[in-house]
Write a protein that binds this ligand. Structure first.
Ligand SMILES: [Zn+2]
Length: 214
């Protein structure tokens, strides 16, 4: 099979220049951070406040390195591929995750790895690794059996007068009291139980099929 053309695909979770967050005033309400004009859809089912960003993918230019909060959350919570937005790949070993910037000895990774990167489908994993020399060198693929929502990354505030004060961009665990004072922009999950399938391109696609027990 000849390699597919590797023109840059704009990932599903990437934010576009036309998707600017509006300026929204924040206030303290019932002992936690809130929007002055808050609506029910501003919080997730756990009560966490989320960044408001319009979703108009394709409008403007891609913002390199910027992640769209809603699409990242939808992809992570719904196990969609972060590149194409279709279902992530799943087989009897679990859901496929491609982790870039792998340490030198990924075999020694403890279970319980935390990540803000949603999973991938097999074709997008293959294409991503082929298109990116850095990923080819430094990525590993995991099959994840169990995962849990660990927390969120976002803009952390503290109580202030007259309005709450922005203090940091950081990650906060779901069970930490500061979760009440953050505007979340990415969901973080903990990969509780996973199998390391391999590093680099040689482990993608063909290797797994040969070992599968389908
Ligand atoms: Zn995909």
């Amino acid at each position: 099979m000849s390699p597919a053309p590797t023109r840059a695909v704009v990932p599903y979770i990437t934010r576009w220049s036309g998707e600017r967050p509006p300026v929204v005033r924040v206030v303290e309400r019932r002992g936690r951070l809130a929007y002055a004009d808050e609506r029910s859809y501003d919080r997730d089912t756990g009560g966490v406040l989320w960044r408001r960003v319009p979703s108009t993918p394709g409008k403007g230019r891609r913002e390199f390195g910027a992640v769209h909060p809603l699409r990242q959350r939808v992809a992570m919570a719904g196990l969609l591929c972060q590149v194409c937005g279709g279902p992530a790949d799943r087989n009897e070993n679990g859901v496929l995750w491609l982790i870039g910037d792998a340490p030198d000895a990924p075999g020694s990774w403890p279970q319980g790895l935390e990540t803000a990167h949603p999973p991938v489908c097999q074709p997008c994993a293959d294409l991503s690794v082929r298109a990116c020399p850095h990923l080819r060198q430094r990525s590993v693929t995991l099959r994840v059996r169990t995962w849990t929502q660990a927390g969120v990354h976002g803009a952390l505030y503290r109580p202030g007068c007259p309005d709450p004060v922005l203090t940091d961009a950081t990650g906060i665990p779901s069970d930490h009291p500061a979760i009440q004072w953050i505007i979340a922009s990415q969901l973080i999950v903990r990969l509780d139980h996973f199998t390391l399938m391999g590093a680099g391109i040689e482990h993608l696609g063909r290797g797994e099929g040969a070992n599968g027990r389908m």
